[in-house]
Write a protein that binds this ligand. Structure first.
Ligand code: IPD
Ligand code: CA
Ligand code: CA
Length: 261
């Protein structure tokens, strides 16, 4: 594809995703009085009717604008691409926070092509924050360029992580945290993986690690973190994925990989 038409495509996808994320955010910001809940892998893992309503809105708006695109959505949307572009959607990342009326829940929308994630948007209405990035085009928070922190030692590093919905995995994660907590500035569990990755991108966290992330947790936030200068990998430099995600600036990433990778 010519450079100018690639740029036009990136701008079209970013504009579309930003508008959709904002409309989904407006809908979600009007909290329902009651929630219909459906349990997923365990009692800890659930979706509300608002997760489904958000996915429905996002999918309808994407297809109204680009009917040949593919879709992968956490709440079940699944459509093969005829255009080469596939959208990866988390309609509410941080459902538990949303349910308890805690901040940080967000709408995460990415679009990928044959070379990987091309654009990503993470919109967190409760934080007044909209992050975006495109491959090779840098990362931005509310329109301003962002960069990872330059943390170089564990002792001065503020980290975040998350806990799995799987109990056995939680026990392993607890052991890992117990070993790490005496050696770092502190560890946060904020409750939304996409925002954790974006906080690394904008330097509000020095690093982040978690096991068990799915493609929709990682797609947009992972691109935003990379474009802001983070390394985002799995264990020992393997690709980031369900087995492990470690995100931090290069110096801290090397230390974290040694510690937990
Ligand atoms: C979850 C959140 C949480 C993380 C979990 C994710 P969901 O996403 O991002 O912070 O620890 O791994 O599954 O289920 O609220 O979309
Ligand atoms: Ca999620
Ligand atoms: Ca979700």
């Amino acid at each position: 594809m010519k450079q100018s038409s690639q740029l036009a495509l990136v701008n079209e996808l970013l504009e579309l995703a930003e508008g959709i994320a904002q409309r989904a955010g407006e809908m979600l910001s009007i909290r329902p009085e009651n929630f219909d809940i459906n349990e997923k892998s365990s009692a800890r893992d659930f979706a509300t009717h608002m997760d489904h309503a958000s996915e429905k809105l996002i999918v309808a708006e994407i297809l109204a604008a680009r009917c040949d695109d593919g879709i992968i959505g956490e709440e079940g949307a699944n459509r093969e691409s005829k255009s080469g572009i596939t959208w990866v959607i988390d309609p509410i990342d941080g459902t538990v926070n949303y349910f308890y009326n805690l901040p940080g829940w967000n709408i995460s929308i990415a679009a990928k092509d044959s070379q990987g994630v091309l654009i990503g948007i993470v919109y967190a209405p409760t934080l007044n924050s909209l992050w975006h990035a495109s491959r090779g085009g840098g990362a931005f928070l509310n329109g301003r360029p962002i960069h990872v922190s330059n943390a170089r030692v564990l002792e001065d590093s503020l980290l975040a992580t998350g806990f799995s919905y799987d109990v056995a995995e939680r026990v392993r994660q607890g052991e890992q945290i117990a070993a790490l907590i005496p050696r770092v500035r502190d560890i946060r569990r904020l409750g939304a993986a996409a925002v954790d990755l974006c906080h690394v991108a904008s330097g509000s966290l020095d690093g982040y690690f978690e096991t068990g992330l799915k493609e929709w947790d990682l797609a947009a936030g992972g691109l935003i973190a990379r474009e802001a200068g983070a390394l985002v990998s799995g264990r020992k430099g393997s690709p980031a994925g369900e087995a492990m995600v470690i995100a931090a600036g290069p110096a801290l990433h090397a230390l974290l990989t040694e510690e937990i990778g």
